[in-house]
Write a protein that binds this ligand. Structure first.
Ligand SMILES: Cc1ncc(COP(=O)(O)O)c(C=O)c1O
Length: 415
């Protein structure tokens, strides 16, 4: 491939826009509900609010709250909304980041430096269930730490006893997910909170997926075990606005039980000609648009709006489950209560099923252990349940008959 060269002369937007639209023709049709991965969408109206708000503050920079008190104000509101939803006590605090990975990186760095400040620099290991997001390994790799992954229990949640056995004097943090991505289930966070208290370890709850969904599902009557700051062992949480917060991409939150913990997150440096630089998170320049879009969408939807979206998603997930049960041969991985659904089969090859669905224009994540598929549902999926299930029924017949075998190596891949 020849290396693209910057055009000598500028090209008009009128010509560029259709070209970009043509690039998108090869993308998966998420607007039609055919993608159950990578995109969380609450429909045209909410998307329009996010887009307008993003455009209004696209050029402003969250690095400079003195220049842009507007962004400071909106970020304070967003953080406050999140803290209230997640049962945080008085004095709890947090920040907006660019996404779940940055929120997790920040929490891990903060925890590392907390122990260093307590003369416990030997604490360099994070103990996690096998199901936690790779962002913890990424953070550990970046920060010179290690991760011990512990197999999950039979119900696909964190095995609290096995995690307790894995904890030692080097453990700095234990992690739970609400819910984990691969299986979509919420860990036994009460059990892990008790472990964290008994052994004086930092417990981080990764609610990147559930942070802006589970509170509303609970308000709607879904019977969820405690998973947030209501549990005294929880010292930090990550919750993504650009997932079920339905904000524009590039928006997450990281929260701490107290300012005394968050202080280890702050970076300060003054030894350069421009004077002190103090940043709370990894980024220097921070996109005003992402802050503004999150603020606007949260206010636009309000509690009622989020509850409504959560109800639609939970009902849709239940319809998918009933439909898959009716097709037969599937097992669900644990107890699904939110918007993720993961399932496998003892009767046929799930990777062949996954490929068959992909060929029919339906894309979702795979699961490797055990072999399975994964759906991450948005409200728009409510409109395509029947079509999805019809495609699934055809695919299963094909796979059962041996007319389709996995050809792409069968391995699940997340990105
Ligand atoms: C449970 C969980 N944690 C963290 C992340 C990382 O979030 P991001 O992709 O925004 O960095 C994800 C992403 O899907 C996730 O599912």
């Amino acid at each position: 491939m020849t290396r693209p060269a910057l055009p000598q002369h500028g090209v008009s937007w009128g010509r560029l826009k259709p070209r970009m639209e043509s690039f998108a023709e090869g993308d998966f049709d998420w607007r039609a509900g055919r993608l159950a991965l990578y995109v969380f969408d609450a429909g045209d109206e909410v998307r329009a609010v996010a887009k307008d708000a993003y455009a209004m503050f696209m050029t402003e920079n969250g690095l400079g709250p003195a220049a842009f008190p507007s962004l400071r104000r909106m970020e304070d509101d967003v953080v406050g909304f999140g803290l209230s939803l997640l049962g945080a006590p008085e004095g709890a605090c947090g920040d907006m980041t660019s996404g779940g990975t940055e929120s997790i990186l920040m929490a891990v760095k903060t925890c590392r430096d907390y122990w260093r400040a307590k003369d416990e620099a030997k604490r360099t290991e994070i103990v996690v269930p096998q199901s936690v997001h790779p962002a913890f390994n990424k953070a550990a790799e970046y920060l010179g730490l290690t991760v011990k992954r512990v197999p999950v229990a039979g119900d696909f949640t964190a095995d609290v006893n096995a995690m307790a056995a894995a904890v030692d004097e080097h453990t700095m943090m234990v992690v739970a997910s609400a819910p984990c991505f691969p299986y979509g289930v919420i860990d036994d966070i009460e059990g892990l909170s008790q472990l964290a208290i008994d052994r004086d370890i930092w417990l981080h709850v990764d609610a990147c997926v559930g942070g802006y969904f589970a509170p509303f599902a609970r308000m709607n009557g879904v019977n969820l075990s405690p998973f947030d700051f209501a549990l005294p062992g929880v010292r930090s949480m990550s919750a993504d606005l650009h997932k079920y917060g339905y904000a524009a991409k590039g928006a997450s939150t990281v929260f701490y039980r107290s300012a005394a913990l968050r202080k280890y997150q702050i970076f300060r440096f003054g030894d350069w000609p421009t004077g002190d630089m103090v940043t709370p998170t990894l980024a220097g320049t921070r996109p005003g648009g992402a802050i503004a879009a999150a603020w606007a969408v949260m206010n636009y939807l309000g509690c009622d709006g989020y509850r409504d979206k959560a109800r639609i998603v939970v009902e849709t997930r239940e319809k998918y489950q009933r439909g898959l049960e009716a097709i037969g041969g599937f097992q669900f991985f644990g107890q699904h209560q939110l918007g993720l659904l993961a399932f496998g089969s003892d009767e046929f090859d799930m990777h062949a099923v996954s490929e068959g669905m992909r060929d029919r224009g339906w894309m979702s994540a795979g699961v490797r252990e055990p072999k399975g598929m994964h759906l991450m549902l948005s409200p728009g999926h409510a409109d395509v349940v029947e079509d999805y299930l019809a495609a699934m029924a055809e695919t299963v017949i094909e796979v059962r008959a041996g007319e389709r075998v996995a050809v792409a190596g069968g391995g699940a891949r997340y990105s």
